[in-house]
Every structure is written in structure tokens, then in C-alpha cells.
Ligand binder design. Structure first.
Ligand code: ADP
Ligand code: MG
Length: 655
């Protein structure tokens, strides 16, 4: 299983770290000062970790809903001041989040410095997750740390978009949220008790249906209970009921019975005529029901006792939604008692989700006594609903972020006679399973391809040829055409290999023609690019790659590009035994991706597969394929031997 990278896995020294924090704090309407700094305090461990390890912390956040416009009401300037006094170090505030001023400020940073950028939602591109905006945001940093769990259910530029360009790891806050809530939805320890309350059934339908699949017991309090009680035919007086959810409540009760989930409803309630402090109140038994003119505003003492009993043996507890109108002390007893019970459960993992529930546990001063109080209101609900969280999904996976299917391709070059090729293909067919999570392709000589095709026809191993000439037929002595390959079920063609460029003098123009011909016949080109040692040493690597790519792609549209695979093969690493370092290879490939993004858009640059080629061996493949931008290998020498099978296995472990 792949695992999300953490802050601890990342080298931070000297790195520019773009930290998405949740500084969406309340500001005093008159003074503009921060009126509650809980969220700033919560981000301190992550910020301190970054600066203590020599990183440059560039903080970015949203505040309020400025609707994509610059609005001083929502400026983060006051937040910078508060952060500075909390962290005891200078915090530089930059009144923008992209552009020249930001670049200048970042370039002046020393290791351990802290910068806070202006509200990212001053740009409408943020919430649109605009690719160009994401690219600009990411351009000032080397790494992205996402500590804003509160936005994890949203796909925005500063949490998700930038992860297309930068390795993105969770901050400490985010990591704890993922661990705790993830555990509660994936592998809770049993007995697993869920407590639900709050205002509306309709807000919590998703949570109920998801947790019905996992919990052993569900306890219902809050206004929500009255919809269930009414569904059972009880009288609920003037309590809050969602009439249109009564059928649904009945279905939920039915489903709980089917699933053998114990569904526990209150047996008594505190009622009053008004939702107001000091309003006359009393406890009624729910068998008798709530009289007309009265509303149920809290769970009663017998219910508290019942719930306590139902919690006593719990190993996991998730609580979402207060038991009553806890904002008013007269109706806060139920919520407070349950909070105290949770705080006393030493043997259980206790998790609180939901904005008001968190406010309640804070009000009673019990936040430290439970295992976890989620900082994300809407985000924690969506997570408990079992929804996919874009802000978590975008985090980098250890072993590289492989959204793309991996490929291991073997270029046999001018090796193996037709008989040897058939024998080796037979060996591969028996050694490589048929259910591969990666694409496996071999490139025998044109002379052997028919024989190899025959051997591999019922396997998952694919094959291709090493070269074609870009005409369908004619007076081209020694060549074969793409159109001929359809007889043999060939799928791939290598184009622009450095040996063809350098030994046979193939030009970029001819390479471009070959790509077109391959595409025209419905085959997939593996387009090879790479710089020589001389070019690299002269600092021309990027220029050479750009020329090869622009010329190779000339006249091709986006739909053509969707069918191309690129292989980056530094010429100095082919057959020399010198292998590019994973960082060198990744850097070149990132350059290629960025170039493709600028030519054909970010979507394509994200989906295009780029293989590394050059002295790949089982010993070095692991570290190469772990890189974010490397989607596999085009293997030379090691593809002629059993080591090819090992390479496939290594790729499989990353798929
Ligand atoms: P969370 O934010 O934790 O998900 P909700 O927003 O669903 O919780 O619900 C919290 C609100 O529910 C509180 O404002 C509380 O006053 C209200 N509430 C709880 N019980 C009742 C009740 N019996 N009648 C009316 N409102 C209630
Ligand atoms: Mg709420």
C-alpha cells in the first residue's frame, strides 16, 4: 500500500515552502483585530517545524468570502500581526499572493523566515482552481504543505491546484485529521458508537447512511431526534421537525434494524415554550410526548443515563451535533454531560466533528480530554459521509504521485536473433503475470517482431518496433512502414531514439514526420528526447529538449498528444553505465511537463506519460520511479535479461 508523504519525510532546509494554512479567523467588526486566534495557534506546530528545519515558510490562506475581489475587510494584515506576536518572530506581510511583489519578497527570504501572503480569495481563480493561477502560486515555492483541513472538501487552487506542480504534503494539523477521521471511517475499533445531534436530519443524512454501515450503535439527540420520534408516531409538540424527512427517518430506522445497528432514541426531553434563557422548562417522558405549545430543546436526565450506558464499553466514538440548544445554559446539560462522558472514556478513541459540536466541547473546556476535535466543520462532515476529499487526494503519495499508469518498456535494440527473441519472449510470458497494474512493452528488432507477436499474443505483454519510415510503401530500401504493422497487432513504435538521431543522423523534422505516420496508423509513438553530455555541460539541456519537442510535435493537436508517450533519455546516460540522479531526471521531466502545459494545457501535461531511459537497472529503478514526474522506464541492456522481470515487479509495487 502506498502511503501519503508527511512533513517528516521531506527535506526542508533551504526550501521555499508554500504552506496552505486555515487563517479564516473572525475579525472584530470595529477594530479589525483578530477576535479568536484558535486557528492561528493551531497552525503554529507546522510553521515552527518548517522554520526550525531551515525552510522558508510562505503562508497562504483565505479569510471570509471576498468573492474574488480585493476587499480590505478581509485582509490578512492583522492576522500577520497576531501571528508575529504568537510565534515571537518577524512575519512579513505581502499585500498580494501572486505577482512581482511576492516574487521579490520571496527572493529576499532567508532560511527560517516567515512570509504571509494576502487573502488568496481576492482572486476568483482560487475557488475556480484555475490552472494558470495554480501555476503562478506554485512558481514561488519548492514544496507545498497543506495544513488547511477546513478546505479539504473543496478543490481550490491553493490546496489542490498547486499540487499539480509541487510535491504536496500534509501539515501536522491535516495529518491528524486524516489519521483520526480516516480511522473512524475505515477501520474503527469496536464497539463503535456514533452520537448524532444538531439541528437537522437533512444536514446529516450522508453521515447517518455512511456510518450505518460501520457503527454498532447510533445515539440520536438534538433537534434531529424529533423527526425520528415523529416517524415512530410519538407526539413532539412544537419541536423542530422536518416533515419532509419523516419517511426518510422511517427508512433509516428500518435499515438500522436490517443491519443490526442499535439505534438509540431519547426517552425524555427538556421542554420549554421559548428558545430563550430563563424560559420556564420541564422534563417530559417521550412515551407521553411533548405537549402542544412546547418544544424539546435538550435530552433529559434518563436519556443522559441511557446514553452513558451505551457509551461505557465503546472503543471508538464519533460525535457530531450537539444534544440540545447548548448555546443557552438551560438547555446545555445534555451536551455537557455527553461531553464529560466522552472525556472520561480513557480506553476509547473519541472524535468530535462539526463546527457547533467543536464549539460546544470548547465551551466546556474539554477539548484536551478527547482524542480529537476536528477543525473542519463542513470538511469533517463530508469526510464522515465517506465522500472523496480533493484536498486529501491531492497529497503526494510516497513513491511519487502516480495518477498515470506506469510503463516498463524494453528496447532490445540490435540484439537477439529471431529464435533467441522468441525464446526470451516465451520466458517473459511465463514470468510476468497476466494481470499487470503496469504496462509492459517490448521492442524486438523488426526481423523478430512477427515471431515475438506470435508468442505474446495471448499475454498482457505488448510489443512494438524500434523504427519506421514515414511513408506507407515505396522505394525506401531497408525500411518498414507503420501501415505494415497492423498485420502483427503491433501497438507501439519508438521514435527519435538518440541512437537514431546521433548514429543515423535523423533530424528533428524526420522525427516529427515519423510521429505523424505512427499516429495516422493508430499506433502509439514513444517519442524519445534527451540532451548530450556536451549540451548539458553547456547549460543547454532545456533548450535542446524544447527544440526536440517543439519540432517533434509540430502540426500536432491536443488529441494527437493524448496518444503520445515521451521518453526522456539523457544521451550521456545511455549505455554508459552513468545514470541520471532521480532529481536530475525528475527536473528534466518536470521541464517537459511544464512545456507541454504551456503548449497544450495543464490537463495534458498531467496525463502525458513520461518514461526515463538510460542505464536503468533493478538497483536504481526504485529511486527513479519514486519521482513524481517519472512514469516508468524505457530500458536498454537490462531488458535483455531476467532483470526485466524484476523491473516490472518494482513498477508494480508503485502502481
Ligand atoms: P454541527 O455544527 O456540530 O454539525 P449542527 O450545525 O448540526 O451541529 O447543529 C447545531 C445547532 O443545533 C446548534 O445551534 C443547536 O442550538 C441546535 N440544536 C440542537 N438541539 C436543538 C433542538 N432540540 N432544537 C433546536 N435547535 C437545536
Ligand atoms: Mg453547525
Amino acid at each position: 500500500m502506498s502511503k501519503t508523504l508527511t512533513l517528516k519525510d521531506i527535506d526542508l532546509a533551504g526550501k521555499r515552502v508554500l504552506v496552505r494554512v486555515d487563517f479564516n479567523v473572525p475579525l472584530d467588526k470595529e477594530t479589525g483585530e483578530v477576535s479568536d486566534d484558535t486557528r492561528i495557534v493551531a497552525a503554529l506546530p507546522t510553521i515552527n517545524e518548517i522554520i526550525e528545519r531551515g525552510g522558508k515558510a510562505i503562508l497562504v490562506s483565505h479569510l471570509g468570502r471576498p468573492k474574488g475581489k480585493r476587499d480590505p475587510k478581509y485582509s490578512l494584515e492583522k492576522v500577520a500581526e497576531r501571528l508575529q506576536s504568537l510565534i515571537g518572530k518577524p512575519v512579513t506581510f505581502v499585500p498580494d499572493c501572486i505577482g512581482e511583489e511576492v516574487e521579490k519578497a520571496v527572493s529576499k527570504m532567508n532560511n527560517g523566515d516567515i512570509l504571509l501572503l494576502e487573502n488568496v480569495r481576492f482572486y476568483s481563480e482560487e475557488e475556480k482552481n484555475d490552472p494558470d493561477f495554480s501555476r503562478r502560486l506554485s512558481s514561488i515555492a519548492d514544496i507545498h504543505v497543506n495544513d488547511a483541513f477546513g478546505t479539504a472538501h473543496r478543490s481550490h487552487a491553493s490546496n489542490v491546484g498547486v499540487a499539480r506542480y509541487l510535491t504536496s504534503v500534509p501539515g501536522f494539523l491535516m495529518q491528524k485529521e486524516i489519521e483520526m477521521l480516516g480511522m473512524a471511517i475505515e477501520n474503527p475499533e469496536h464497539p463503535y458508537v456514533v452520537i448524532l445531534g444538531g439541528a437537522k436530519v437533512s444536514d446529516k443524512i450522508g453521515v447517518i447512511t455512511n456510518l450505518l454501515e460501520k457503527a454498532d450503535r447510533i445515539l440520536i439527540g438534538g433537534a434531529m431526534m424529533f423527526t425520528f420520534l415523529k416517524a415512530q408516531g410519538k407526539s413532539v409538540g412544537d419541536s423542530l421537525v422536518e416533515e419532509d424527512k419523516i419517511d426518510l427517518a422511517r427508512e433509516i430506522l428500518q435499515k438500522a434494524r436490517e443491519k443490526n445497528v442499535e439505534f438509540v432514541l431519547p426517552v425524555d426531553t427538556v421542554i420549554a415554550k421559548e428558545i430563550a434563557a430563563g424560559s420556564e422548562s420541564k422534563v417530559v417522558d417521550l412515551e407521553e410526548g411533548v405537549p402542544a405549545g412546547w418544544k424539546g430543546l435538550d435530552i433529559g436526565p434518563s436519556t443522559i443515563e441511557l446514553f452513558n450506558k451505551k457509551l461505557s464499553d465503546a472503543k471508538t466514538v464519533v460525535w457530531n451535533g450537539p444534544m440540545g440548544v447548548f448555546e443557552i445554559d438551560d438547555f446545555a446539560k445534555g451536551t455537557e454531560s455527553i461531553a464529560r462522558t466522552l472525556a472520561s472514556l480513557n480506553d476509547a478513541v473519541t472524535i468530535i466533528g462539526g463546527g457547533d459540536s467543536a464549539a460546544a466541547i470548547n465551551k466546556f473546556g474539554l477539548a484536551e480530554k478527547v482524542s480529537h476535535v476536528s477543525t473542519g466543520g463542513g470538511a469533517s462532515l463530508e469526510m464522515l459521509e465517506g465522500k472523496e476529499m480533493p484536498g486529501i487526494k491531492s497529497l503526494s503519495i510516497e513513491g511519487g504521485k502516480k495518477k498515470r499508469r506506469l510503463m516498463v518498456a524494453g528496447n532490445w535494440k540490435m540484439n537477439k536473433s529471431p529464435n533467441e527473441a522468441r525464446m526470451f519472449a516465451g520466458f517473459l510470458a511465463s514470468s510476468i503475470g497476466n494481470e499487470n497494474a503496469v504496462d509492459v512493452v517490448v521492442f524486438p528488432t523488426s526481423l523478430s517482431v512477427a515471431g515475438v507477436a506470435d508468442i505474446l499474443k495471448d499475454t498482457s505483454i505488448k510489443f512494438g518496433v524500434q523504427n519506421i519510415y514515414p511513408a506507407d510503401s515505396g522505394a525506401f530500401t531497408g525500411e518498414i512502414s507503420a501501415s505494415m504493422l497492423s498485420d502483427l497487432a503491433v501497438e507501439y513504435v519508438l521514435v527519435g531514439h538518440s541512437e537514431r538521431r546521433h548514429i543515423f543522423g535523423e533530424t528533428c523534422e524526420l522525427t516529427g514526420e515519423k510521429i505523424k505516420s505512427v499516429l495516422k496508423h493508430g499506433l502509439t509513438p514513444i517519442f524519445c528526447v534527451g540532451e548530450t553530455l556536451e549540451e548539458r555541460e553547456a547549460g543547454r539541456m532545456k533548450e535542446v529538449l524544447e527544440t526536440q519537442i517543439r519540432k517533434g510535435f509540430s502540426g500536432l493537436g491536443k488529441s494527437d498528444l493524448e496518444r503520445i508517450i515521451i521518453a526522456y533519455e539523457p544521451v550521456w546516460a545511455i549505455g554508459t553505465g552513468v545514470v541520471a540522479s532521480p532529481e536530475q531526471a525528475d527536473e528534466a521531466m518536470k521541464f517537459i511537463r511544464d512545456l507541454i502545459a504551456s503548449l497544450y494545457g495543464v490537463d495534458l501535461s498531467e496525463s502525458v506519460r513520461i518514461l526515463y531511459g538510460g542505464s536503468i537497472k533493478p538497483e536504481n529503478f526504485e529511486s527513479l520511479i519514486s519521482m513524481e514526474n517519472i512514469d516508468g522506464g524505457l530500458v536498454g541492456g537490462a531488458s535483455l535479461q531476467e532483470s526485466f522481470v524484476q523491473l516490472v515487479a518494482i513498477a508494480e509495487s508503485h502502481a
